[in-house]
Design a protein around this ligand. Sequence first.
Ligand code: SAH
Ligand code: SF4
Length: 390
Amino acid sequence: MSPTNLLQFDRAGLVDWFAAHGEKPFRARQVFRWMHQRGVADFADMSDLAKPLRAWLRDAARLESLPVLAEQRSRDGTVKWLFDVGAGDAVETVFIPEAQRNTLCVSSQAGCAMACRFCSTGAQGFSRNLTTAEILAQLWQAEFNMRTSLGLAAGERAISNVVMMGMGEPLQNYSALVPALRSMLDDDGYGLSRRRVTVSTSGVVPMIDRLAADCPVALAVSLHAPNDALRDDLVPLNRKYPLAELLDACERYLVHAPRDFITFEYCMLDGVNDAPEHARQLVHLLRDRIPCKFNLIPFNPFPQSGLARSPAGRMAAFAQILLDAGFVTTVRKTRGDDIDAACGQLAGDVQDRIRRKPGRAGTSSVVPPQTIIPIRVETASPTTHLSNLD
Ligand code: SAH
Ligand code: SF4
């Protein structure tokens, strides 16, 4: 039997797996802490486990890190990894340091089936869902890589916030997402508070309700339009779950949410959704209905999108209308602009090269892995990443 990748389990899952092999729950907890609190990948180093248990784990289990295809470090401290998830697929993970927090942007799928018009991940199409292990490995590898590179003392954590805003629609990969979220929240894991873990969705209404019941965390909704006609065009999922249903789901979510507001993301597209009238429609739609904050995202252009970023003045005027109506509104900052193109573009750029590469690299026993394959990246536009989320 091939060894079991323990990164696929939340703590309860690991307890079950240990129990199925006649091992006690507290042993599972010890192993979970070694993995996620200390980043230890080699069972031989888990010094408070009995030697026979370590020997069994060596044969029966493994911690499989994702091979790194590229790692880029910006002058502003932003770090971006491109991880190989096999069969020609790659996903991005981004570390974004700020004064009050360090945020990790995590991917949930290779590609995306939602086909939003302004999104380069959507333009790539859907390849497959990531596994729980692949979602969590992004945090595991980034956390311990950054502890080392930031020179943190033992016990200090590098990452304070996680946003599921990388590639893919997290609520279309629900069963893999939830155990990964639970490990992020677990005090024996990463110990992140529910307010500091954000799931971003284009509006998968039934799954918003399930998340509220199973694992309420902060919710960001990619709105991008103030009416159904425009949203049908920009976010095709709107044809299935129109605005009225989406906003009802947001209201229901707020009953369980760890924060008392929803964050609405709104990608600013020149001449498409950025007129003062659109801002006024948003006010009309949401005021007195949903406690919310707006995060205006300058569009990151990519080839063949046929779209352009709104000019700064137009964004400022749009933001002002929302602010005047009493909505907390931020324009997302540009980060890591010296390292490469915008979120979602890098993976598409290297896809051909990965497909030509021979089989997947083997399991690494160290965190982080050092298998970095240098690639050339075309610089297209500044990267805009999710600042100002609080
Ligand atoms: N699928 C989820 C999460 C990933 S996308 C969602 O759609 O919410 C994360 C955020 O980046 C979303 O708000 C998305 O609309 C936005 N985004 C996608 N492509 C973009 C682009 N080219 N420029 C700016 N923001 C973009
Ligand atoms: Fe998928 Fe989100 Fe991109 Fe839409 S914006 S295609 S849901 S990743």
